[in-house]
Design a binder for this molecule. Structure first.
Ligand code: S5P
Length: 267
């Protein structure tokens, strides 16, 4: 580390992506000078929309778990979309699909949440095999959406490691029109030197804690971006749980951005 791709600017890397949304995200990050994503794991729509409005100026991606809202209704995606336009960020529904292609297709398109109709980005576990990507792609590609695969997880004892993670990369490489990156803990090159670029979005980030009581494990923005070559830091409780979430978001934005500048300069 850093690989040849990780040492380039986000904008320079945009040309190497087949998925439109990845191109949009890479350019957005340089334009806004942020590689911060907020994991807004709150349970009321008022809190969720307030976080999106308050933190919108400092983030590139707003990550939701829409199914934890106690008071969800169809006005939520509409309001979130308006805030995404106002503040120039993308919406990532962290749905972690994990079923056969036919089922995930229905889960993505239909039901209460109709995720595909509003979430620019969603993600899936590769555990069922490649049919999961094909099913989601049938719905998402015509809508110009993008998919991330979970190659690794931040939690203690995760089974997503070793060959499983490398096979996940190979699955993504066969579906570059739709899959533009990973949820992962470090850049995992398929080939050395890397032939194809992917984006790595990384949760498990805190500057204050090393973990929680339920197996979450944290690293600093520097460890994630500079040492592990990841592209986007995903920060949840460390920001929305702070007394002043805006001040905290600014700190994480600055730390993530400085790590990226150092990474691209030292090449
Ligand atoms: O490996 C993972 C993958 C994800 S998407 N580990 C994670 O923690 N996440 C998500 O990131 C998790 O679902 C939560 O929304 C967020 C981390 O939240 P925090 O409060 O621990 O920062």
């Amino acid at each position: 580390m850093p690989s040849s791709f990780a040492s380039q600017t986000y904008t320079a890397r945009a040309a190497g992506f087949a998925n439109d949304l990845a191109v949009q995200l890479l350019k957005l990050m340089d334009r806004k000078k942020t590689n911060l994503s907020i994991a807004a794991d709150v349970t009321s729509k008022a809190e969720l929309l307030q976080l999106a409005d308050l933190l919108g100026p400092y983030i590139c991606v707003f990550k939701t778990h829409i199914d934890i809202l106690d008071d969800y209704d169809s006005s939520v995606p509409e309001a979130l979309t308006a805030l995404a336009e106002k503040h120039d960020f993308l919406i990532f529904e962290d749905r972690k699909f994990a079923d056969i292609g036919s089922t995930v297709k229905a889960q993505y398109q239909s039901g209460v949440y109709k995720i595909a109709s509003w979430a620019h980005i969603t993600n899936a576990h590769p555990i069922p095999g490649e049919g999961i990507v094909h099913g989601l792609k049938e719905v998402g590609l015509p809508l110009k959406r993008g998919l991330l695969l979970l190659a690794e997880m931040s939690s203690k004892g995760t089974l997503a490691q070793g060959k499983y993670s490398m096979d996940t990369l190979a699955m993504a490489a066969r579906n570059r029109d739709f899959v533009f990156g990973f949820i992962g803990q470090r850049r995992l090159p398929l080939d050395e030197p890397e032939k194809e670029d992917f984006l790595y979005l990384t949760p498990g980030v805190s500057m204050a804690q090393s973990g929680d009581s339920l197996g979450q494990q944290y690293r600093s923005p520097e460890q994630v971006v500079l040492e592990s070559g990841c592209d986007v830091i995903i920060v949840g409780r460390a920001i929305y749980g702070a007394a002043d979430p805006v001040a905290e978001a600014k700190k994480y934005q600055e730390a993530g951005w400085n790590a990226y500048l150092q990474r691209t300069r030292r090449a």
